[in-house]
Design a protein around this ligand. Structure first.
Ligand code: ADP
Ligand code: MG
Length: 248
C-alpha cells in the first residue's frame, strides 16, 4: 500500500472527524478518516459531490480545523500550534490552488503572485523578482502588469499555480483545479502539476474527471465522509481496461 510506512510523512491524518453545527444539531461531514501521504506522492481525490472532499482539503490546508482526531503536517500536530505558528507552517509548506482561481480582481497578476510573500515578510524587490520568475515559468511573463479579467481562465489558473509556488512549498493542495476549464486547457494544467511532482513536490488534487485522476499515481475515493478506496491509479487503469475487454 502507498503511504503506509514513512514516519516523515508530509500528511498524516488519524481518525479525523468533522461536524458542522446546524440548527438540527451537529452534522457529520468527515467520519473517521485515516490517510498518510509520503513525500513525492501525487494523489488524486475523487468522490461524489457532498462527500466531504473540500472539507477535507480545507483541513489539510489548515484553512479549517477538525472536530476530533489528529492531523500532522510535516510531522507537526496542527492542534498544538497557535495561530501564528500555524500560519507560518502553512505559508512555508503549502501552496493552495482552487477551482475558481481566487485571484484578487483589482491587483496586477504580478502582485497576485507576490501576495503570499507579503504575508511572509519578504522585501519588495525580492517579491517582484520571485513573482516575475514564476510568471515566466508558467509562460505568462508578458502579462505581469495585466489584471485577472484581461486573461483567459486557463491563464488565470496558471497565475494561481505561480502564486501557489511562490513560497517554494513542498506540498500543493488543489481542489478541482480544472473544474472550470475545457479539456484541452485542463490537460495543460495537469501537465504542469505532473512537472512539479516530477521535481519532488507532493500533490493532493481533487477531481471529478477520471482522465484527470490518471495523472496521479494514487487514487483515494471518498463516499459520505469516509475513504472507501485507496490504491494506485495504474491498478484502476488495468481494471477499466479489463472491464472494457469483458464488455466487448
Ligand atoms: P465535496 O467537496 O465533496 O462536494 P464538501 O466538503 O463541500 O463536499 O461538503 C460535504 C458536506 O458538508 C455537504 O453535505 C455540505 O453541504 C456540508 N457542508 C460543507 N460546508 C458546510 C458548512 N460550512 N456548514 C454546514 N455544512 C457544510
Ligand atoms: Mg468540493
Amino acid at each position: 500500500m502507498p503511504g503506509e510506512t514513512g514516519s516523515d510523512a508530509v500528511i498524516r491524518v488519524e481518525s479525523l472527524c468533522k461536524s458542522y453545527a446546524t440548527a438540527a444539531g451537529p452534522f457529520p461531514v468527515l467520519k473517521d478518516v485515516d490517510l498518510v501521504i509520503d513525500p513525492g506522492e501525487f494523489v488524486a481525490i475523487m468522490g461524489p459531490s457532498g462527500s466531504g472532499k473540500s472539507t477535507f482539503m480545507n483541513i489539510l490546508g489548515c484553512l479549517d480545523r477538525a472536530s476530533s482526531g489528529r492531523y500532522l503536517l510535516n510531522g507537526n500536530d496542527v492542534a498544538s500550534l497557535d495561530q501564528d505558528a500555524l500560519a507560518r507552517l502553512r505559508g512555508g509548506t503549502i501552496g493552495f490552488v482552487f477551482q475558481g482561481f481566487n485571484l484578487l480582481p483589482r491587483m496586477t497578476l504580478e502582485d497576485n503572485v507576490a501576495l503570499p510573500l507579503v504575508y511572509a515578510g519578504v522585501e519588495r524587490d525580492e517579491r517582484q523578482a520571485r513573482a516575475r520568475e514564476l510568471l515566466e515559468r508558467v509562460g505568462l511573463a508578458r502579462y505581469a502588469p495585466s489584471l485577472p479579467n484581461q486573461i483567459s481562465g486557463g491563464q488565470q489558473q496558471r497565475v494561481a499555480i505561480a502564486r501557489a509556488l511562490v513560497n517554494r512549498p513542498r506540498l500543493i493542495l488543489a481542489d478541482e483545479p480544472t473544474g472550470n476549464l475545457d479539456s484541452h486547457t485542463s490537460e495543460e494544467i495537469m501537465a504542469m502539476f505532473a512537472e512539479l511532482n516530477a521535481e519532488g513536490i507532493t500533490i493532493a488534487l481533487v477531481t471529478h474527471e477520471p482522465d484527470i485522476a490518471q495523472h496521479a499515481q494514487r487514487l483515494v475515493r471518498f463516499l459520505d465522509g469516509r475513504i472507501v478506496h485507496d490504491g494506485s491509479t495504474a491498478h484502476a487503469h488495468a481494471h477499466a481496461a479489463a472491464e472494457k475487454e469483458r464488455a466487448s
